[in-house]
Design a protein around this ligand. Structure first.
Ligand SMILES: [Zn+2]
Length: 50
């Protein structure tokens, strides 16, 4: 099964799609999996996958 690692950058002026290449941190907690992406614009986007 393919995991969807993509998400959109949170910065307002940025429309980049973040993927595996931007993924810099992956952490599993009780609340689910957290992923932090660092975009080329410098913004860090954190997502929670349950
Ligand atoms: Zn960005």
């Amino acid at each position: 099964m393919l995991e969807d690692l993509r998400c959109a950058c949170e910065a307002r002026s940025c429309q980049r799609t973040l993927g595996e290449e931007e993924l810099m941190l992956r952490m599993t907690t009780d609340a689910g999996e957290r992923r932090a992406y660092e975009c080329a614009c410098g913004a860090v986007t954190v997502t929670v996958v349950q």
